[in-house]
Design a binder for this molecule. Structure first.
Ligand code: DAH
Length: 342
């Protein structure tokens, strides 16, 4: 019995080799010690049934314990070798994962979609036009005089000759009137470009949404009611609006629409509201009845048809809606800002 115990003791010595063994050596050790045919430990275990009960008990207990130790040491080493042989070497697998990145629509895109949806429910189709326009579409067909300051290269981005980046979405009115017969009801979102400073309230690139309705018998009342309905939808059901006379070459009469200041609630904050300068009102769009000259420029009979139109800035509406103080935030691509609107 002491022979067997001594043999087991010497086999136990081999345990120390396991943590250092490479893959090949580990396989050799496993076969040498635990191999089913001639493993040294297997041989001892096989001999157990022939021993007297007392010896069998002691040797068996030690041999089985050793077998478990050898097996678990071999398994641990195998896992270790596997881990270090893959790309995961040196990676802490217990570290928490990074949350998956989820993209979203830009807040201005969301507002544009929301505005177009409101007008779709009021019967308006979405239309688009090119960002590079000729002077004819951007200005002359819209009844701008030849000497209007907007035609100056100081104010607009010219691409060459009479082609420029559109300064507003109004040229889509012309393209639509040239190509479709009334009744027409469209909204046209899109980018516009002006040589403006990049400051808290201006950007040389900005979004506009143009609206146009042309039909028999349309009046200023239609324009006012549609725009008032829009304001109540985009702001709140109790939002009040007012129209102030204005001037645009392509509308007559023309008006700007104000909504109750969304920051002070229309009270002017005891005249201290910075957003509306204490007036309680904020301008959100320009509008008017389509000038007969514009209809005639597009071969639409201005005796038979009348139209209304408006243009507004979605960035401004997003700023009012969410109390955003600076238009540049829309262009900074700062995820911390953008994420708030997902
Ligand atoms: N195009 C004008 C601008 O960029 C906005 C505008 C005003 C559009 C009145 C219209 C309108 O259609 O009727 O300032």
């Amino acid at each position: 019995m002491s022979d067997l115990l001594a043999a087991l003791e010497s086999l136990r010595e081999r345990l120390k080799e396991i943590p250092q063994a490479d893959e090949r050596r580990l396989q050799e050790l496993k076969i040498e010690l635990l191999g089913r045919k001639a493993g040294a430990l297997t041989e001892i275990l096989k001999a157990l049934p022939g021993l007297d009960p007392e010896t069998r008990k002691r040797v068996g207990g030690t041999a089985n314990a050793l077998k478990r130790e050898l097996e678990s040491a071999a398994l641990a080493r195998e896992l270790e070798l596997k881990r270090s042989s893959t790309a995961l070497a040196g990676v802490d697998l217990t570290m928490p994962g990074r949350p998956q990145w989820r993209g979203g629509l830009h807040i201005v895109t969301q507002i544009v979609d929301e505005i177009c949806d409101i007008f779709r429910e009021l019967g308006f189709t979405r239309a688009v036009g090119p960002e590079a326009e000729t002077e004819r579409y951007n200005f002359y067909a819209l009844n701008f005089p030849k000497d209007h300051p907007a035609l100056d290269a100081q104010d607009s981005f010219y691409l060459g000759g009479d082609v420029l980046l559109r300064t507003h979405t109004s040229p889509v009115q012309i393209r639509t009137l040239e190509n479709y017969k009334p009744p027409i009801r469209i909204v046209t979102p899109g980018r516009c470009y002006r040589r403006d400073p990049f400051d808290a309230s201006h950007s040389p690139v900005f979004e506009q949404i143009e609206g146009l309705g042309v039909d028999e018998g349309l009046t200023f009342v239609d324009l006012k009611s549609i725009l008032a309905a829009f304001a109540r939808r985009i702001f709140s059901p109790t939002t009040k609006v007012r129209f102030r006379p204005s001037y645009f070459p392509f509308t007559e009469p023309s008006a700007e629409m104000d909504v109750q200041c969304q920051i002070c609630g229309g009270g002017g904050g005891g005249s201290g509201c910075a957003a509306c300068k204490g007036t309680g009102w904020m301008e959100i769009l320009g509008s008017g009845m389509v000038h007969p000259a514009v209809l005639e420029n597009c071969n639409v009979d201005s005796e038979k048809y009348t139209g209304f139109a408006w243009g507004m800035g979605p960035e401004r509406i997003a700023m009012l809606r969410h109390g955003i103080p600076d238009i540049r935030l829309f262009f900074d691509s700062d995820v911390r800002f953008l994420e708030q609107f997902r």
